[in-house]
Design a protein around this ligand. Structure first.
Ligand code: GUN
Ligand code: ZN
Length: 429
């Protein structure tokens, strides 16, 4: 731990989105060193320039390792940590069989603390420095994750998951208590240190219109907060929404009608979107969150990354732990690549790295703080070994450029590829 340091390696930063005009790799730039001081990035460039900038700094030489912004995971359920990789169900059965019984346990603060810390240990071991998490209906579950993240100096987003119907006894609040508890937690945590509160109706099937209305009212009172939920993940879920909200034009309308569509809205999955929904989401500048390991694991479907990006949507990338089958954003990038292949639109390694860092940060509206390596940004970094296993190194050593050297780690890498993690300028792992 030191307040001032220079890291040398292959420092990866993005000047613009690699989904725009031009070759994806041209959006990135690689420099030799990055200087950190007091939790912020103070410079990037040659080692000589960084030494001139911070003459008293210790220099840590990482050779050919890749130094990137810490990964940003834009949609997770930390309370599902201990039931990840549960077999054989689709969304609604999976929720009822595995998820709800586990989430029931989070009224116990000691259990919530244990899982919150276990979750943050697992994610930092995988190079993830920022997450946006659903909690459970219990305020204790929110206090647990914010307390754990605060102690680690982490920038995270979290919110109490509100549900007042179609969930078991013991896992339901009411429209009023969901509003009151969310408001109290928001006032307690939002903007404290690096913590942000997200208003969190789970999804339309588990909220009455009264609760959605109350969530919309709370968001209108706190427009600087994010709002996170789920949208159009599976076809039978969409049918269910249609039967619960017969007057709604489509799934998105069940949010829109109650003031739950906006620029700071995060909509997880968004696989089966009608044209009207795509138009409205884009007009509002809402964020769609792609959760590829979840979408294949629960058997949901193939997110239209290429089509939605071409339309100008704001898109983040996420594990969706524990519907997703991994804590790793490397594994998540690999799954996003595979989903792209199945749709005939493979993503470039530069696009995958951008999605896992700046893209996700932009989806959370915090790309001015995290998700890139640039002067003034918060010093959340990951150092990646591009030859972490024999299988990876025998491929990456044949690479003819940096992207070919990175791609085997994206496709085959795991926590062994994570050499170091820095959070707010301090070494975290
Ligand atoms: N839809 C509503 N709740 C959930 C959840 O916990 N996980 C996933 N993948 N989808 C959901
Ligand atoms: Zn989710």
């Amino acid at each position: 731990m030191t307040a001032e340091i220079i890291l040398k390696g292959q420092v990866l930063a993005f000047d613009r989105s690699p989904f725009g005009e031009g070759a994806p790799q041209d959006a990135a730039k690689v420099t030799e060193a990055v200087a950190l001081r007091d939790g912020k990035i103070t410079g990037t460039g040659t080692l000589e320039d960084m030494r001139a900038l911070q003459p008293r700094s210790e220099v840590v030489d990482h050779g050919y390792k890749l130094i990137a912004a810490g990964f940003v995971d834009a949609h997770v359920h930390y309370p599902q940590t201990a039931m990840i990789a549960s077999w054989g169900k689709r969304l609604i059965d999976w929720l009822n069989s595995y998820t709800f019984p586990e989430e029931m346990r989070f009224g116990d603060r000691a259990y919530a603390d244990e899982i919150a810390n276990r979750y943050l240990d697992l994610t930092v071991a995988n190079g993830t420095t920022t997450v946006c998490s659903f909690c459970t209906i219990h305020p204790e579950s929110v206090d647990a994750i914010f307390t754990a993240a605060q102690a680690r100096g982490q920038r995270i987003v979290a919110g109490k998951t509100c549900m007042d119907r179609n969930a078991p006894e013991g896992l339901r609040d009411t429209a009023q208590s969901g509003y009151d508890d969310s408001k109290a937690l928001l006032q307690k945590w939002h903007g404290v240190d690096r913590l942000s509160y997200a208003i969190t109706p789970r999804f339309s099937p588990t909220s009455t219109p009264e609760q959605l209305q109350a969530m919309g009212a709370l968001w209108a009172e706190h427009t600087d907060c994010l709002m996170q939920t789920h949208l159009s993940e599976q076809t039978d879920e969409i049918e269910w929404v249609r039967s619960l909200f017969p007057q709604a034009r489509d799934y998105l309308d069940t949010y829109e009608e109650f003031g739950l569509l906006g620029a700071r809205g995060l909509y997880g999955h968004a696989i089966y979107l009608e044209d009207r929904e795509r138009d409205r989401l884009r007009e509002h500048g809402a964020s769609l969150i792609h959760c590829p390991t979840s979408n294949t694991f629960i058997g949901s479907g193939l997110f239209d990354m290429a089509g939605l990006m071409a339309e100008g949507h704001r898109i983040g990338l996420a594990t969706d732990t524990g519907g997703g089958s991994s804590f790793s954003m490397l594994r998540t990038m690999a799954a996003a690549y595979e989903v792209g292949q199945l749709r005939g639109t493979p993503l470039h390694a530069a696009q995958l790295m951008w999605l896992a860092t700046q893209g996700s940060a932009a989806s959370l509206r915090m790309d001015d703080k995290v998700g890139n390596i640039a002067v003034g940004m918060e010093a959340d970094l990951v150092v990646l070994d591009l030859a972490s296993t024999p299988a990876i190194s025998q491929r990456s050593e044949r690479a003819s450029d940096l992207w070919e050297a990175i791609f085997p780690t994206i496709m085959m890498g795991d926590d062994r590829a994570i050499t170091e993690v820095w959070i707010a300028g301090k070494q975290a792992s």
